[in-house]
Design a protein around this ligand. Structure first.
Ligand code: VGL
Ligand code: ZN
Length: 222
């Protein structure tokens, strides 16, 4: 048996971040070209034995909404107790249609939908640790208990939830690969380019989806 196997295998996880109506064209916080991630994600989801989704899930009046801060507008930054916070249009409000996962996403076999950003006073771009950088979402423990070692990251947005999730996943000791055609960014003042540089410096790899979907293992996994 060759010692090197092709992914995806039992220790590889496809993590699909925030593919929700509000981040797609026409949504409250639409990511430019955000819908382009869906085709590669669906193609990859069909290959991965294990898929986990995240869902941005804010209470109405959430601290990350510009509408919660008198005189502030979306995309401005304010200082909160835990540090700087970009203010957003109201988005992904719990139970709203905008918070729904895209109906175009075909990953019904996903094993977990990890909601995040539900604490009224704390945002959470990262799927692992909230914006106070202390509060754990529980995903690290879940993934460790399940025995996953390598996280393949897809979804929205490159410069916010993907970036913070990738960095925290590296800190937690996971190998991390971004599927570059399966992510798109919001891009505020060069934030996408900075995100790629920051992720590279943290040891995050990047590949095209075709590198996985065109390369199939010759034998089934044990
Ligand atoms: C996100 C801004 C606010 C994201 C979530 O999914 O990247 N960005 N909430
Ligand atoms: Zn949000």
């Amino acid at each position: 048996m060759p010692s090197r196997r092709l992914p995806p295998g039992e220790r590889d996880l496809l993590l699909v971040v925030d593919v929700q109506e509000d981040f797609l064209p026409g949504g409250a916080l639409a990511v430019p070209g955000g819908d382009a991630v869906i085709e590669p994600i669906n193609r990859l989801a069909a290959l991965f034995p294990h898929v986990v989704l995240t869902q941005d899930w804010h209470p109405a009046g959430h601290v990350s909404f510009a509408s919660s801060h008198a005189g502030r507008r979306p995309f401005e930054t304010v200082d909160l107790a835990y540090g700087p916070q970009v203010l957003w249009p109201d988005h992904c409000v719990q139970g709203s249609t905008g918070a729904r996962l895209s109906a175009e996403l075909h990953a019904d076999w996903a094993e977990l939908v990890m909601r995040k950003g539900y604490h009224f006073h704390t945002d959470s771009y990262s799927a692992f640790v909230e914006a106070d950088r202390v509060t754990q979402t529980g995903l690290t423990g879940y993934l460790r208990e399940r025995g996953f070692e390598h996280i393949y990251l897809t979804g929205l947005a490159t410069d916010y939830c993907i970036l913070w999730s990738a960095l925290d996943a590296r800190k937690a000791g996971f190998a991390v690969t971004i599927i570059e055609d399966a992510v798109r960014g919001i891009d505020i003042d060069g934030s996408v380019e900075r995100a790629w540089a920051t992720m590279a410096a943290a040891g995050v790899d990047r590949i095209e989806s075709a590198a996985l979907s065109d390369a199939r293992p010759s034998e089934p996994y044990p």
